[in-house]
Ligand binder design. Sequence first.
Ligand code: AQP
Length: 341
Amino acid sequence: MAPTAQRQRVLSGIQPTSASYHLGNYLGALRQWVALQDEHEVFYFLADLHALTAETPDPAVLTDRSRRAAAQLIAAGVDPERSAIFLQSHVPGHTQLSWILECLTGFGEAGRMTQFKDKSARGGADRVSVGLFTYPILQAADILIYQANYVPVGADQRQHIELTRNLAQRFNSRYGDTFVVPDAFIPKESAKILDLQDPTSKMSKSLPPAGTIDLLDDPAVTAKKIKRAVTDTETEIRYDPEHKPGVSNLLAILAAVTDQSVAAVEAGLSGQGYGALKVAVADAVVAFAEPFGKRVNEVLDDPAELDRVLARGAERARPVAQQTVETVFAKVGFVPPAATA
Ligand code: AQP
């Protein structure tokens, strides 16, 4: 099942690895997910298999995070009617294809993934799992199995999408045209939201909470974190990511949350101080986060319906994935299972 000529296919995933997504996840990825569902055929999944790569949480915690993650997608505007929303573990094809792609990936090639290097350096060699090492290959399978044209992600995923493209091309040249070679769809101005306390690093759930805005944080906590954001010793509000990363990050957040360009936001604050910038950012983020939190709770109030949404999403995803697996298995030379009757 290839994408239709009229509607190109979009695929993306997000890990259910915390109780709340952060502003980087929303502005770097989820906002694009919502925008793309109108004109594309979209598949969005919760990467619960990937969620085991960095830690193996208590099973009840993983279950809860997965449902909360689905509720946050819906609250952010992903519409289960227009988008297939599903759990990765509900579609067995992902791991089947991943194995084939693992066998086409060089050990050194996988070892060059910077996210693996960063995360393994943080975790210490003894605590790093093989799953963390191979997770970009599973991610390539997640994308290729749907023959996706576009993958909306933040800039931190650029290298993984490049690996995905390389693996698609490698398979295609070894076994004949099989996979669509996908393109990353990375937003221009909010591709990398930075940590509020260390604006040289991306906002990330692995960094201390003072620098991360969780979408489900209490609004007063959010406002306080923004007001304590690191800026610089100058006073001028100017977008200059290289020399003024903290201020530029706040401008990028304000622009994205209020749906304006960075230039417009910068012009609107001209002549004002960092205090005014922080108040504007805090007000805008809280104005978004408050109704978002309410919608998440409403969705979570009906867990049976939420599970049905995920089941319907998996029903739409499974046949597409299964067809790719069958094609790939035939191309590599596996004997097709014969009918028994
Ligand atoms: N800071 C960010 N700015 C822009 N986009 C971001 N994304 C993550 N952080 C930022 C994008 O969010 C999507 C989900 O990614 P994920 O499920 O892989 O989550 P993550 O990258 O593991 O999130 P964290 O908080 O950054 O986790 P750790 O600390 O484990 O690395 C992706 O599209 C990603 O680009």
